[in-house]
Design a protein around this ligand. Sequence first.
Ligand code: SF4
Ligand code: SF4
Length: 168
Amino acid sequence: MKFGVMIKEVLPHLTKTPNTILYPFQRVPVPEAFRGKPVLDTEKCRGCAKCACEIICPAEACKKISIGDCIDRLAFWYDRCIYCGECAERCPFDAVTMTHEFELAAYDTESLYAHPEQPQSEEALAIIEKARERKKLQAQKAAEAKKAAEEKKDAEEKKDAPPAEDKE
Ligand code: SF4
Ligand code: SF4
């Protein structure tokens, strides 16, 4: 490329703000629906005989393991995980949550294994707590909607019922 042509290309960009940031010193918040590493809420996991997450996982990255006498819980292998979110979608007890954690580079594969009883990071705990709250709110709203529908049905039935005959 000729120098003159190059200068024409470069000069306008010297006055513009850059499109990139100085990661990791600068960060941008990830979108709410971002799928980072999946984590298990051990309180919710029931160790189902047929774990839907284990069955659906396309990368064989999660598997139910025994953690005590007759207690099974889900473990993750993040070096295999493709962060598709299927496990979180399919768990019937909402025991799996996708966090916003994505900086998972490690020197060894062992550190990318998550035993069910392994303590979670602050961020993962906060997201688990948020998921619990969301679930509670959804259940509350569903119960309220059900109650309102029942009340409406009762009111309509009463309205449509024939008037009681006058006693002589
Ligand atoms: S992760 Fe979900 S589907 Fe799998 S064993 Fe636990 S509760 Fe059951
Ligand atoms: S996010 Fe996808 S690949 Fe990772 S453990 Fe869940 S189902 Fe498997």
